[in-house]
Design a protein around this ligand. Structure first.
Ligand code: UDP
Length: 327
């Protein structure tokens, strides 16, 4: 298939691009390199461009005869979305809607979308199944849910199928240490704990120790980025016109913040300086996927089924690239 991958030079995007190429697809990466990294994608695949440049996108869809779009390009800092919702609605919704409509006009019939467990807000039932009510508690989740709805409406009206993949906590790195997580600023727990272990940060602050969880800290479902990437490849294979697919992508097992810290200590052999702090606004106590649907319907299963295995890959990446992509 000829596939356009927006945001393909980012963390999850770059791992997915590698798998799409390995599966024999023709891939065009469209990335403005604000959060993505040139070194994360093969040079021949990359077109540097911005989502707001609709004419550029239009031309790419036409000239490259694109059959499917995998849309990663988005903003994903929950806290920033609360203080600057305009930025999030503009990028995650307005630009995404322009892209979607250009897909319609250019006859693109398959669309895979990076959605999120943040669309569930504070779930009533954990583990969370796909039919859990979607009630986001922050603008980031609202923009992602709004776009899921637009996809459903398009699939109802046009010869078009989509798959929304609701990610849980993407983590880890390519097994060979050549691709990994590099955000600026870094807000994600596992890289922060590794940085604290190696002295790049003075400590890790645990955001809340009074949650109604076994050890009082938040529980999350950490899913390896290559397992997440494989879900996109399988989703593309399953899409047919009119398909309206939505899957949770998680392991089904949760780990607390303290368990993550302990695992990093075990894997690295280093002591992690820890400070206990207040809760971070908008953090639900526990987010764990019920991921039976994607297993049953797409035959997907995580290869990295323990936190330790995931942290080992993150550690390998960190040791090989202590400054990330170093750009
Ligand atoms: N967390 C923490 N200290 C940090 C960063 C994160 O205690 O410096 C906690 C956070 O409150 C959440 C979990 O670690 O419960 C995972 O956070 P992350 O930002 O990695 O992902 P999120 O769940 O927000 O998508």
């Amino acid at each position: 298939m000829r596939i356009l991958v927006t945001g393909g030079a980012g963390y999850i995007g770059s791992h997915t691009v590698r798998q799409l190429l390995a599966a024999g697809h023709e891939v065009t990466v469209y990335d403005n390199l604000e959060a993505g990294h040139r070194a994360a994608v093969p040079a021949g695949s990359l077109v540097v461009g911005d989502l707001r440049d609709v004419d550029h996108l239009d031309q790419l869809l036409l000239v490259n005869r694109i059959e499917a779009v995998v849309h990663f390009a988005a903003l994903a800092y929950v806290g920033e979305s609360v203080t600057n919702p305009a930025k999030y609605y503009t990028t995650n919704l307005i630009y995404a809607l322009h892209l979607l409509d250009r897909c319609r006009r250019n006859g693109v019939q398959k669309f895979v979308f990076s959605s999120t467990c943040a669309t569930y807000g504070v779930p009533q039932t954990v583990p969370i199944a796909e039919d859990e009510p979607q009630a986001p508690v922050n603008p980031y989740g609202n923009t992602k849910l709004a776009f899921e709805r637009a996809l459903a409406d398009y699939a109802g009206a046009y010869p078009f199928g989509y798959c929304a993949l609701r990610y849980f906590n993407a983590s880890g790195a390519a097994e060979d240490g050549s691709l990994g997580e590099h955000h600026d600023p870094e807000t994600h727990l596992i890289p922060i704990v590794i940085q604290a272990a190696t002295g790049k940060r003075p400590h890790v602050e645990v955001f809340g120790t009074d949650y109604p969880t076994p050890d009082g800290t938040c529980v999350r479902d950490y899913i390896h980025v290559d397992d997440l990437a494989r879900a996109h490849v399988l989703a593309l294979g399953a899409l047919t016109p009119g398909a309206k697919l939505a899957y949770n992508v998680g392991t089904g097992r949760g780990y607390s913040v303290l368990e993550v810290i302990r695992t990093v200590e075990e894997v690295t052999g280093l002591k992690v300086p820890v400070k206990h702090g207040p809760r971070r606004a908008g953090d639900p106590p526990a987010l764990v996927a019920k991921a039976d649907k994607i297993r049953a319907e797409l035959g997907w299963a995580p290869k990295f089924d323990s936190l330790r295995a995931i942290v080992e890959t993150a550690w390998r990446w960190h040791k090989a690239h202590p400054n990330g992509y170093g750009e």
